[in-house]
Design a protein around this ligand. Structure first.
Ligand SMILES: *Cc1c(COP(=O)(O)O)cnc(C)c1O
Length: 391
C-alpha cells in the first residue's frame, strides 16, 4: 500500500471512481444524455439570461437561489412554491446533500439494485452505509417487497428510482406509498427521467402533500438537454428543504448556473417537443428489437434495457465496431441503449441487425427465449406474488 493510500479513509481504499467510458465514437448512446443540442433560439435566451449576470460577477450569487427555485416550482406545478424546492449542481449534489444531512457515519441508506450506480458511491463518500435489498424477478419492485426490505433493515434513508436506471421502467406509485408507510426515515424518489414517462401521472410529486419525509429529485440534465450546465433539484416539505442549508457550501450554485437554468426553464415548452421526439425514438427501439425476438424491458425513460444476449460484452464490442457506443451496465445478458436522434437510432438498430446476422450465436432469440420474455412481462406487473431475495 502506498503512503497516500494508507492515509485514505478505509472505505475508499482500492475503490474505482465513477467512470462511464468517454470514447470518441460517431454515435454515442451510452450515458442517457439528451441527443439534441440546445436549439439556436433557446441558446439565445440562455445567453441573454447569463449576459445579465456578467457585470455582477464581482458579487457572490444568491446563496438561496430563490428566483430559480420559484421558476422550478412553477415548472413542477402540483401547488409547489420556492420553499418546497431546492437546487444544486446536478441531482448528484442534491443526493449528496440529502446524505450529508440525513445519513452519514453510523447511518444507512437502503437501495434496490440494479439501479443508479452513483447512489452507492455517494453513500460511500458521505460515510453512509449502503444496503442493497436487490429486486424481484425481471428487476421489478412490488409494494410488499419494498415494505419488507425496509422493515428488515430499518434504514435512515430509502432511495427509489422511477423511472429506474438501467431498467427504464417507472414504479407503480403504490410502491412509493408502501415505502413511505414502512420507513421511519427519509424516502427519496429519484425522478431524473420523469418527463419521458409513458404516463406522466406516475410522478411521486402527487404524493408529497401530507408526507413530510418524502423527497422527489429531478434534473435538467436529461429532459432539458442541460447535462453540461449541472443543475438538479428536489421538491419536499419546506422544513426538510431548510435543513439542507446546514450542509450546502455557501454560494454552491454560481450566478451563471442559476441564470442559465432560468433561461432553459423559460423555454420548457420548446424543449418538451424534443422530449416527445426522443420518446418516439425510444418506442421505436423497443418495438424493433422486440420484433427481432429480443426481450426488452418497458421503458419510461430515454433509454432501453435490451436482453436476450448470450454474451453482453461481445455484443457491446460488435455494436462499437459499427460506430455506436452503448452501455454495458454489468447485468448478465443485457445492454443499455440511449434513444438518439432519428439518424442515430437508425444507426443503432442497423448495428444490432448486422450484429445479429453476423454473430447469431450471441443472441438468444429462439422460441424458448420469446416464451421466457412473455413470462418476464407477466412478472413485471405490479402486485404480483414475489420471491424475496437480497443482494
Ligand atoms: C442521469 C441521472 C441523474 C442525473 O444526475 P445529474 O447530476 O442531475 O446530472 C440522476 N439520477 C439518475 C437515476 C440518473 O440516471
Amino acid at each position: 500500500m502506498s503512503e497516500i493510500e494508507a492515509l485514505l479513509r478505509e472505505e475508499l481504499r482500492g475503490q474505482p471512481p465513477y467512470g462511464a467510458p468517454q470514447l470518441d465514437v460517431p454515435v454515442q448512446l451510452n450515458t442517457n444524455e439528451n441527443a439534441f443540442a440546445i436549439p439556436e433560439d433557446v441558446a439565445a435566451v440562455v445567453a441573454e439570461f447569463i449576459g445579465r449576470e456578467l457585470r455582477g460577477l464581482n458579487r457572490y450569487p444568491d446563496r438561496d437561489a430563490v428566483a430559480l427555485r420559484a421558476d422550478l416550482a412553477a415548472y413542477l406545478g402540483h401547488g409547489l412554491t420556492a420553499d418546497h424546492v431546492w437546487a444544486a449542481n446536478g441531482s448528484n449534489e442534491i443526493l449528496q446533500q440529502l446524505l450529508q444531512a440525513f445519513g452519514g457515519p453510523g447511518r444507512t441508506v437502503l437501495g434496490f439494485m440494479p439501479s443508479y450506480s452513483m447512489h452507492p458511491l455517494l453513500a460511500r463518500g458521505t460515510g453512509t452505509a449502503f444496503v442493497d435489498a436487490g429486486r424481484e424477478d425481471g428487476y421489478t419492485l412490488s409494494p410488499a417487497y419494498v415494505a419488507r426490505a425496509i422493515a428488515a433493515h430499518d434504514p435512515d434513508l430509502v432511495f427509489l428510482v422511477s423511472p429506474n436506471n438501467p431498467t427504464g421502467t417507472a414504479l407503480d406509485p403504490a410502491v412509493v406509498e408502501a415505502a413511505y408507510e414502512a420507513a421511519r426515515g427519509v424516502v427519496v424518489v429519484d425522478e431524473a427521467y420523469a418527463e419521458f414517462a409513458r404516463d406522466p401521472g406516475t410522478t411521486a410529486l402527487r404524493l408529497l402533500p401530507g408526507r413530510r419525509r418524502l423527497v422527489v429529485t429531478r434534473t435538467l440534465s436529461k429532459a432539458f438537454a442541460f447535462a453540461g450546465a449541472r443543475v438538479g433539484y428536489l421538491a419536499a416539505d419546506p422544513e426538510l428543504v431548510e435543513k439542507l442549508l446546514l450542509v450546502r457550501l455557501p454560494y454552491h450554485l454560481s450566478s451563471i448556473t442559476q441564470a442559465a437554468a432560468r433561461g432553459a426553464l423559460a423555454c420548457a415548452a420548446q424543449l418538451q417537443a424534443e422530449v416527445d421526439e426522443l420518446k418516439h425514438q425510444r418506442d421505436r427501439i423497443v418495438k424493433h428489437l422486440r420484433a427481432k425476438g429480443l426481450p426488452v424491458a418497458d421503458s419510461d425513460a430515454n433509454f432501453v434495457l435490451v436482453g436476450g444476449l448470450t454474451d453482453a460484452a461481445a455484443v457491446w464490442r460488435l455494436i462499437l465496431d459499427r460506430g455506436v457506443l452503448i452501455r454495458d451496465v454489468g447485468l448478465p445478458g443485457r445492454l443499455r441503449v440511449t434513444a438518439g436522434t432519428e439518424e442515430e437510432t437508425t444507426a443503432l438498430l442497423d448495428a444490432f441487425e448486422a450484429a445479429m446476422t453476423d454473430r447469431p450465436e450471441y443472441f438468444a432469440t429462439d422460441a424458448e427465449q420469446i416464451e421466457q420474455h412473455s413470462e418476464e412481462s407477466k412478472l413485471r406487473e405490479p402486485h404480483r406474488a414475489h420471491r424475496p431475495h437480497h443482494g
